[in-house]
Design a protein around this ligand. Structure first.
Ligand SMILES: [Zn+2]
Ligand SMILES: [Zn+2]
Length: 419
């Protein structure tokens, strides 16, 4: 029987990889320009890192974690997100002892045991950026500015920044209680999940997509009316710093973000590029996460971008596949050896050159050159070679000229369009 990939796990094929590499390279370039450094964290962690960090009463921990017991009986989990691991690494390696401020990013696969459906995968990819150790609202704005700059850099358009504040551990419980009381009066309208959330995590009801739940929350109290003075001041400054940077935003009082650990600033970026509204990415501040996992009181803020979604929004007209620059068609034994020598020489110079390994007819070699979408074909015939010459054909305008083989490298460098 033919062995296939597991459901929800995908191959990223060579004809798609250009987009992924483009997005990853752009992220590195933009983030490092903002003073961020890459961190690579393990794919597997102890389960309690996520259950404590993300929160027991979240969808992720309740039903989406890829958890298993290893041969020694430890409960391990494939990372469902990167923030908790990055925070763990920051504490474990005492990165703060060098400088309390750490700006880190991470690119890689995450795992969630979700019901496989269109656009949902069990292995999916995220780009994460986090700043640890700063409570100042200036850094909230900085992180958002970097995010928007990155999204524009990869070519996304019609973006809308939405922000909200979620309060802190002092003022949010009051809101949570008000919300619970309000929703309890509408509990007959709530879906099964939300009935349960009413007891465990009423804030999560605010982003339930079920229509009757949406109706139930229409007049729900807003967190902004319950936050304390400190949180209000923090939020006002975030807004002021965004305005100073010329970024426009929309206040979205219903945005709560999925995870328990968020506090104060929350943000999402939506794209209207495909007509309808598509959430591209989101993030926020989490000033309690570190205490949950390690005891130190370290503030943090960051975002995660789902790469599959982002890649589906890339400009359609941009070319991401790197075709060979040159195909060498050789006629005869002598020419074939010369083609081999030239191809190897050109590869060392960064010119993507291909030849035919089967030494077929000129016609079939030209057909392959066409299929590979090369810019030029060098035709090596025995007669011309004796004069040190070969024919170079431009595959776009079909113009063909005779060139000196000794000048091949310079000739190509002056003609090839490098990507
Ligand atoms: Zn507060
Ligand atoms: Zn619901």
């Amino acid at each position: 029987m033919e062995i296939k990939a597991i459901r929800g796990f995908n191959d990223i094929l060579p004809n798609e990889i250009g987009k992924w590499q483009f997005v990853e390279e752009s992220a590195r370039e933009v983030f490092e320009g903002f003073g961020f450094s890459e961190i690579r964290i393990p794919i597997i962690e102890r389960t309690e890192l996520f259950s404590r960090g993300i929160g027991e009463a979240t969808d992720i921990v309740e039903k989406e974690m890829y958890t298993f017991t290893d041969r020694s009986g430890n409960s391990l989990t494939l990372r469902p997100e990167a923030t908790a691991s990055m925070a763990r690494a920051y504490l474990e390696h005492q990165i703060y002892s060098f400088d309390p401020v750490a700006k880190l990013y991470c690119i890689g696969p995450m795992f969630r045991y979700e019901r496989p459906q269109k656009g949902r995968y069990r292995q999916f990819y995220q780009i994460d950026a986090e700043v640890f150790g700063v409570e100042n609202p200036m850094v909230d704005a900085e992180v958002i500015i970097m995010l928007i700059h990155f999204l524009k850099r990869v070519g996304l358009e019609k973006l809308e920044l939405q922000i909200n504040t979620l309060g802190c551990r002092d003022c949010r419980p009051r809101y949570r209680e008000e919300l619970r009381k309000f929703l309890a009066t509408k509990s007959f309208q709530l879906c099964e999940d939300c009935q349960r959330r009413l007891q465990t995590n009423p804030l999560r009801i605010l982003d339930c997509k079920v229509e009757s739940c949406q109706e139930a929350i229409a007049d729900a109290p807003k967190v902004i009316d319950f936050i304390d003075g400190e949180c209000q001041k923090h939020f006002d400054k975030v807004k002021a710093y965004l305005e100073m940077a010329g970024l426009s935003y929309i206040l979205n009082p219903r945005m709560v973000r999925g995870l328990d650990y968020y506090t104060r600033t929350a943000f999402e970026v939506v794209s209207y590029q495909l007509g309808s509204q598509n959430a591209v990415t989101g993030g926020g501040r989490y000033d309690n996460l570190f205490q949950e996992i390690g005891g130190l009181d370290v503030p943090g803020i960051g975002f995660a971008i789902g790469m599959e979604r982002l890649i589906s929004l890339l400009p359609k007209e941009k070319e991401f596949i790197r075709y060979p620059h040159l195909f060498i068609a050789a006629l005869g034994e002598e020419a074939y050896r010369e083609a081999y020598r030239l191809v190897n020489q050109l590869h060392l110079e960064g010119i993507r050159a291909e030849l035919d390994y089967e030494a077929k007819s000129l016609k079939s070699q030209m057909r392959r050159a066409d299929k590979l979408k090369v810019q030029y074909v060098l035709i090596l015939g025995e007669e011309e070679m004796k004069r040190g010459k070969a024919a170079l054909r431009n595959m776009t305008d079909k113009f063909q000229e005779e060139i000196l083989i000794n000048n091949l490298l310079e000739t190509l460098k002056s003609k090839i369009v490098f990507d």
